[in-house]
Design a protein around this ligand. Structure first.
Ligand code: GLU
Length: 276
């Protein structure tokens, strides 16, 4: 494993539900990677999902991580960083690499678009033609233009090695949502740079998102971290564990009196067995 002194990793949960085993797996992975190299492990609460983001979930996350025996430094939550997202969005507009889009989901679906990593791939119907008036608009990245101008971009992943950034499976991805000051892609990319994260660790389900993040880094002149997209914990039916499917919450296991340190050791063993 490629660990260097000065390594900074992070766990960046969204407080819109409980943490489950998959989150514990991911947090322990990031924690141990940093701590065994004498580095720093950060906690960043990604709370810009409007009313779905709730502070009580973030409090619960802290109790869960403590229960698992992890030690972290908490960096400012995303809701305190909106200014930096606005500035970056303005920069992308000034560079001509982003455009406003007020199309509704229905309008886009009526064009019979392909689906990709983030759902339907925007078919470019209104590219640059949506009115610039008062109505709510999202901001989309002009992916073709960015790719043409930037040329080949590489990023490295611990398991996959050198990867050529290819964000086409996202189409002109939304970087500022109609209802929010950023999208996950823009906020996470900016914050990883601001927090000086040197190794971004997250589940392999987010592998493809890194193609988009790589483009944003280049356009916004941000440093390039190393990536570890780790294997996912799967449930007994072979499906990814997720909050939505009601996988057991860490909080309920904790409240039932289960030993979090023992659970953390079991997850470390699973990481070894799965070659993560
Ligand atoms: N807030 C994101 C999530 O909970 C974090 C993803 C990431 O680690 O980049 O899925």
């Amino acid at each position: 494993m490629n660990t260097t002194p000065g390594i900074v990793t992070r766990f960046a949960p969204s407080p819109n539900g409980h943490l489950h085993l998959g989150h514990a797996f991911s947090a322990i992975y990031a924690h141990d990677l940093a701590k065994t190299a004498g580095g720093r492990f950060l906690l960043r609460i990604e709370d810009i999902d409007g009313p779905r983001s709730r502070p009580e979930h973030a409090d619960e996350f802290r109790r869960d991580l403590e229960w698992l025996g992890l030690e972290w430094e908490e960096v400012p939550a995303q809701s305190t960083r909106l200014e930096s997202y606005r500035d970056a969005a303005d920069t992308l507009l000034e560079l001509g690499m982003a455009y406003r889009c007020s199309c509704t989901r229905k309008e886009i679906e009526a064009l019979d678009p392909r689906t990709g990593e983030d759902g339907v791939i925007y078919p470019g119907a209104c590219k640059g033609r949506c009115p610039t008036g008062e109505e709510p608009a999202a901001l989309r990245l002009d992916v073709d233009k960015a790719m043409t101008e930037l040329g080949e971009l590489i990023w490295t992943d611990e398991q996959a090695g050198s990867v050529i950034a290819d964000p086409r499976e996202f189409g002109d991805v939304v970087i500022v949502r109609k209802d929010l000051p950023a999208s996950y892609h823009l906020a996470a990319t900016l914050d990883d740079a601001a927090d000086e994260v040197t190794v971004v660790t997250r589940g392999s389900d987010l592998f493809a998102a890194t193609h988009v993040h790589r483009i944003l880094q280049e356009l916004l002149e941000l440093p390039l971290p190393h990536y570890h997209h780790h294997n996912l914990l799967i449930d007994d039916d072979g499906r990814k564990l997720a909050k939505r499917r009601g996988s057991p919450a860490l909080a309920s296991r904790r409240e039932r009196g289960e030993d979090g340190l023992v659970l953390a050791e079991q997850l470390r063993l699973q990481q070894k067995l799965s070659g993560t």
